[in-house]
Design a binder for this molecule. Sequence first.
Ligand code: GDP
Ligand code: MG
Length: 292
Amino acid sequence: MHKAGFINMIGSPNVGKSTLANQLVGDKLSIITSKAQTTRHRILGMVNTDDYQMIFSDLPGIVDPAYRLHKSMMNYIYQSLSDADIFLVVVEAGEKAFKDQTIQDKINSLDIPIVVALNKIDTINQEELDVKIDYWKSQFPKGMVIPVSALEKFNLDSLKNVLLENLPESPAFFPKDQFTDKSERFIVSEKIREQILKVYKKEVPYSSEVVVTDFLREPNIIRVRAEIIVERDSQKGILIGKGGNKLKLIGTNARLELEEFFESKIFLEVFVKVDKNWRDNAQKLKKYGYEN
Ligand code: GDP
Ligand code: MG
């Protein structure tokens, strides 16, 4: 009997969805930073064995839309409510309540198994944990609450086992040698965006998008050319930095990450371009792969 299905991860920003997804899939597929709204797309990551295929959807966190880009991010979440075989609700130890009552009600109303991963339990003690487990059980009565620490890889096997028990009988949806639905170019652009999120404070990362214009595999090296798109000239200046020092730092760090991911030498060129107010323009969002 073969099992396969879509496990859609839903939760607030910063609760550790991407960290958990990467641990479960066993690869640094989704970028992770301490900033909210790091994940903008729906990213599928597969765990394949002879007997099953788990397809994890790492999703953006639930946000109150301020930009058109946020609406597009929320659309990924709404879509994921309708095509899940299992809801993997991710909450964290410090979280007081689920972020969105409508989404919570919807999840509870559907006839789909719910697993609640209570993450970051490395940050609380046993007493606090007991209280938290009771609370989340009351919020998702049909669900099973599994305490985990994605960061410290604690209890992830139990989580995987519970997910496997709930996975429907089905043939595989993707070839077994595939572990993501995303292209190499997408992964490159995310790795560069991750460095932008790490190097700059608020405004620049949220206004940046990365487009990979070349990805060329040669026998001993992969040649990559990428453009960082920002909304304003002032942001371009900040991004490049004095004498280009900031851009250089991003390029170097991204290259090291990419070399690890692709297990290859990488030649990386990064340019900066201005595309006025791309985050609020439907056509531009489409061009950058949003407006789902
Ligand atoms: P997402 O926005 O839900 O995808 O969250 P991320 O996976 O990007 O993680 C947000 C932050 O929480 C990062 O700084 C992670 O290192 C941190 N984090 C994730 N899991 C854990 C955990 O189990 N324990 C602790 N202490 N921090 C965690
Ligand atoms: Mg994320």
